[in-house]
Structures are given as C-alpha cells and as structure tokens.
Design a protein around this ligand. Structure first.
Ligand code: NAP
Length: 447
C-alpha cells in the first residue's frame, strides 16, 4: 500500500473507533496530514503500527462528580481524565472546567498535548482532563465542594510519576488550591509534584502563571525574526481575556507591539491606545467580571457585543480563547486587512479552512502545539523545582522559558526544511513532535 493510502486507512479507523468526536477527528487529521512524509522515510513505524498506537489513548477515565450547591440542591457533573501517552514521561496536561467539555474535546486536547510536550524536550507524556462543571457564577464554597468531589475520584489515578494535572479553561489558582488540598488530605502526602500551577507560597513556581502567554509572544517574536522582522510598532489582536490572553498582552507590549483588542465570550473591546493591563487584570482576574466593564472604565475604549474580534484590523493575530474560534470567514477578513502572522495561543483555535487560507496566503502561521507549549514547559520546570526542593528567581525562570520557546521554534523551522516544506511550522511541529514520541514508543516494545 502506498503511503497516502496508508494514512487514509489509519484515519478511517480513527473515525470508526471514535464516532461523534469531531474535535478529536480534526486534531488527528491535522497531524496525519503531516505524517505521510515520515512514513516514507521510516517503514518501521508502518510495520509496528506506531501511528495507530499513538492515536489510541493508553487509558480513558470517566466518572461521576456529585456535589451540593449553596441552596442544598444535589448537582451531578461528569469528570474525565484521558491518559494519552506516557512514552516520554508521566502523563501531563491540564484540567478544563467548562460546560462544553465532553470526551471528544478531552481527547483532542490530550492528543495535541502528546506532541506539544514532546516539542518542549522535557520528560513528560501527554494527558488531559476536566469536567462539564461551569465555575462561572458559582461561589467559592461551591467551587471548593466541586473540586473536592472531583479529586475524591481522580486522586487514585494521579501521582508525580504517574499523572500530573494542571489548569486550563476554568481552572486557575483557586481551583488548583482546592484540588491539591483534597489530594493531600486523602493521601496524607505532601506530594508537590502531583499538580502544577500551585500557589507561590506552597510549591508553585515563578512565571508559571505568565508562561503560556509569555511563551506564545516569544514564539511569535522568533517567527518574525526568522523573516528579519519584529513586534516593534505592530498592531496586535489577542482574543480571550483569560490566563493566556492577559500574559500574552503583557509580553507583546514589552516586546514593542500594541494589543488593540481582546475579548471574552460576551464580546470584545477595542482600545486603540493599547489595552491597559492594570484595568484588564482588575476586571478579569480580581473581579471575574465581564469584558464590557473594561470599556466602561477606560476612556476611548469601546465594547462590541456582536460580530467577531477578527474584524479588527491587525498585523499579528493571536487567538487565545478556545478551539475553532477563528473560521474561514474570519481568516479571509484578517488576510484582507493585511494580517501577516497568526500565532495560536489557544489549542486549535483556527479551523482547518482558516489554516489552509493562511498557508495559501503566505501568512506566517504557528500552531498551538508549538506556540503555547510555554505553559507545560514551565510546569515541568515547577516539577523540577519541587523535586529538588529549590526555588528559582523570576529572571532565571523567564530566561529558561524564552530559551525553550526559541528552541521549539528552531526545531519546527528546521524540521520543516528537512522534510521539504520550508516555513511550514504545522508540518515542522507535527513531524518533530511525532518523531520524538515514536522513537520512545518503538524502544519500549509492543505495550
Ligand atoms: P481561561 O483563563 O479560562 O480563559 C479563557 C478565555 O477564553 C476567557 O476569556 C473566556 O471567556 C474565553 N472563552 C472560553 N471559551 C469560550 C468560548 N466558547 N467562546 C468565546 N470565548 C471563550 O483559559 P486559558 O487558560 O486562558 O486558556 C485559553 C486557551 O489556551 C485554551 O484553548 C487552553 O486550552 C489553551 N492553553 C492554556 C494553557 C494554560 O497554561 N492556561 C496552556 C496551553 C494552552 P469567558 O470568561 O467569557 O468564558
């Protein structure tokens, strides 16, 4: 069988085994498209069904999460943990609490995580988890009771050498605290390395909070430098106003760009003089309020409740909210408005149509599995500090993050050239990540 037919066959089998999981199919398809060139050079991976094995999670856990709300009413949510691949180290990947969470979404995120973690060069496998619980509008006491119930089942699957979760959408410092507290209580172990994103006073690492956003900005900077350009004086739009977006904005400003718009699920704000971070952090991090509040407090800023943030003209777009938030129509608008770079801060925020359009238009495109790897890389640095009972300075941690992100860019760039697709960072990231995982999978025998 020729290589493209083999890849088609693998994809057909993934569709058959995982019905109805659209996001998982999309993530697998994007990777498989890049892997034909690898199978052409490595027949052993075809013989040993290495790709097929990597597409099948090692373990999938689904559980009931019962809890009581403040009114005393019983609530039932569903918890997930997909332990996707441990060839390179313990499963590592965040927990997402959002009403949209289902098995297909967790599997897409876990699958992406495997390659992302490999690209960091750190010894971490890939996994992901979460729940359809919505923390929005819930009191701290309700969030705590939910987290305690969630961990009461999840703890038996975790361990610093087994599976190490972190945050993602809807899971920030507050949730990590409640989850860690319950793990410690059940196991009677102060196992710092069992979860990352911890508070600074109890095992957390400096720069972990900033890492994903900062890392995406460093990656974008590396991409621009490869073309002899920089952030200096550029108009940037970043969607979202959560962890990734806020610190993406901070670093873009430090690198000389101006972020003129950001958003949440209720709409977007435009501030031509550059987003005022102090106000944004107060609204989103402290008050957990809606983004419209920003426009109410900043002169010259305005809020748009309908339409798309991608209508705002920019030279650099960094989608940093959620999957499939930037479709073909939005991509066309960005291209027409002169956008030159698109850097995924979120996981898979651009649809396949959008990615195809960017590549055809010669717009520099950075896939999330490379550009947003700074968060998990810094989580691995947190585990390293926990293991050695050490604490690094902010400057040292940030320098390590920058070095890792520039290294990931170089690796994707070089791999793309080596495999005959110069400048194609999607192919570069998929092939480089796959080769790292595949070699370890192969070495471990048929398990
Ligand atoms: P977060 O702090 O919860 O913020 C998410 C932001 O995106 C919020 O502004 C949220 O608005 C918006 N959003 C979420 N779902 C949305 C939807 N369906 N439609 C429109 N807007 C939506 O989450 P985060 O940690 O920044 O994560 C953002 C993305 O980055 C996700 O794709 C995540 O997987 C990825 N990522 C995160 C990390 C990390 O270290 N945190 C690392 C790698 C990748 P509302 O508040 O209105 O919901």
């Amino acid at each position: 069988m020729d290589v493209p037919a083999k890849v088609q066959e693998i994809y057909a089998e993934v569709l058959r085994r995982n019905p109805g999981e659209a996001e998982f199919h999309q993530a697998v398809h994007e990777v498989l498209e890049s892997l034909a060139v690898v199978l052409g050079r490595h027949s052993e991976y075809a013989e040993m069904k290495t790709i097929e094995r990597i597409c099948e999670p090692e373990r999938q856990i689904i559980f009931r999460v019962p809890w009581q709300d403040d009114a005393g009413e019983v609530q039932i949510n569903r918890g997930f943990r997909v332990e996707f691949n441990s060839a390179l180290g313990p499963y590592k990947g965040g927990l997402r609490f959002h009403p949209s969470v289902n098995l297909g979404i967790v599997k897409f995120l876990g699958f992406e995580q495997v390659f992302k973690n490999a690209l960091t060069g750190m010894p971490i496998g890939g996994g992901k988890g979460g729940s359809d619980f919505d923390p929005k509008g819930r009191s701290d006491a309700e969030v705590m009771r939910f987290c305690q119930s969630f961990m009461t089942e999840l703890y038996r699957h975790l361990g610093e050498y087994t599976d190490v979760p972190a945050g993602d959408i809807g899971v920030g410092a507050r949730e990590i605290g409640y989850l860690f507290g319950q793990y410690k209580r059940i196991t009677n172990r102060y196992e710092s390395g069992v979860i990352t994103g911890k508070g600074l006073g109890w095992g957390g690492a400096l720069v972990r909070t900033e890492a994903t956003g900062y890392g995406a900005a460093f990656f974008a900077d590396a991409m621009m430098r490869a073309r002899g350009e920089s952030f200096d004086g550029r108009r940037v739009v970043i969607s979202g106003s959560g962890n990734v977006a806020v610190y993406g904005i901070e670093k873009v400003h430090q690198l000389g760009g101006t972020v003129v718009a950001c958003s949440d699920s209720s709409g977007y704000v435009v501030d031509e003089s550059g987003i005022d971070l102090e106000v944004l952090k107060q609204v989103k991090e402290v008050e957990r309020a809606r983004i419209a509040e920003y426009a109410d407090r900043v002169d010259g800023a305005h809020f748009v409740s309908r339409g798309s943030i991608w209508d705002v003209p920019c030279e650099v777009a960094m989608p940093s909210a959620t999957q499939n938030e930037l479709d073909g129509g939005a991509a066309r608008t960005l291209a027409q408005n002169g956008c030159q770079y698109v850097v995924e801060g979120a996981n898979m925020p651009a649809t396949p149509d959008a990615v195809a359009l960017f590549r055809a238009a010669g717009i520099g495109f950075a896939p999330g599995k490379a550009a947003n790897a700074g968060g998990v890389a810094t989580s691995a640095l947190e585990m390293q500090q926990n293991a050695s009972r050490d604490r690094w300075t902010f400057e040292h941690s940030e320098a390590r993050l920058e070095e890792i992100m520039r290294g990931i860019h170089a690796r994707c760039h070089e791999t793309a050239e080596e495999y005959g697709a110069p400048g194609d960072l999607v192919l570069g990231a998929n092939v480089a990540g796959f080769l790292e995982v595949a070699e370890a999978v192969h070495a471990h025998g048929l398990i």
